[in-house]
Design a protein around this ligand. Structure first.
Ligand code: COA
Length: 220
């Protein structure tokens, strides 16, 4: 078991789930860092908000790991503008910090799948054989990533979503809660499938919703 303690970056809802998952993995969690002054001094799951990023300087970079606690609510504007989750992680990585992978012990991950360093697979999720979860991506609670499917860097497969076999999700995209993507379909980078969508055609840009899913803009 990895004994290096972890600090979670971001003390919002996703940060709390990440901390909980790390604790379930048996990792030591020192607390959170968060830029929001209103969060300072608070405790979540009994773990303190330690301060903003400046607090990290109190630690040696080889003595702790970070975990990305910034999630994504799947609103189109923020997806199109690029992932805050990615910006923050890459800034800290460039400064020399390492990000832990988070794999909840009750996730089912095939030994024949690839989960890249820094990816997150949360409680109840299933990642099947020959699937690939790229760095910084989230496979959230009870989501399913079927065989040969790929989840691009810093993309978010939200709770309960299902990617059937051979689906490709580009970087920084969002597959909404309980959405289902038909086998072999490709979602480009920075696109959104809304909650509950049934995606049966490739998505090149923007957001799609509904059953079958259609573009939000124009409802074509
Ligand atoms: C698709 C989505 C991006 C649209 O967000 P938005 O651009 O802010 O759109 P709005 O909420 O203004 O809704 C626009 C229209 O689409 C409809 N709509 C929004 N989301 C929808 C969905 N998932 N399915 C069907 N219709 C939807 C709204 O009812 C509204 O219709 P109207 O104009 O007839 O009133 C968003 O609703 C969504 O589903 N995001 C994913 C959320 C998610 O996965 N959360 C989990 C986080 S862990």
């Amino acid at each position: 078991m990895n004994q290096i303690p972890v600090i979670v970056v971001g003390a919002g809802g996703h940060g709390l789930v990440v901390a909980d998952s790390l604790l379930a993995q048996g990792r030591g969690v020192l607390g959170y860092v968060d830029a929001d002054p209103a969060m300072q001094g608070q405790a979540l799951l009994g773990l303190p908000v330690l301060g903003d990023d400046a607090v990290l300087e109190q630690h040696r970079q080889d003595a702790i790991e970070l975990a990305n606690g910034i999630g994504g609510a799947g609103d189109l504007a923020s997806v199109e503008n690029g992932s805050p989750r990615r910006r923050v992680q890459e800034r800290l990585e460039a400064a020399g910090w390492r990000f832990a992978s988070v794999i909840h012990p009750q996730a089912i991950v095939s030994v024949h799948a690839v989960v890249e360093p820094g990816a997150q697979v949360l409680a109840g999720a299933v990642v099947q054989a020959l699937a690939r979860i790229e760095r910084g991506a989230i496979v959230n609670t009870r989501a399913v990533v079927e065989h040969h499917a790929q989840v691009g860097a810093f993309s978010h497969v939200a709770p309960g979503a299902v990617l059937c076999g051979h689906v490709v999700v580009g970087a920084e995209s969002h597959v909404g809660a309980n959405a289902v993507v038909r086998q072999g379909i490709t979602l480009a980078e920075r696109v959104v499938a809304g909650i509950g969508a049934a995606v049966v055609r490739d998505v090149a840009s923007g957001a799609v919703t509904g059953v079958p899913a259609r573009s939000v803009e124009g409802r074509t």
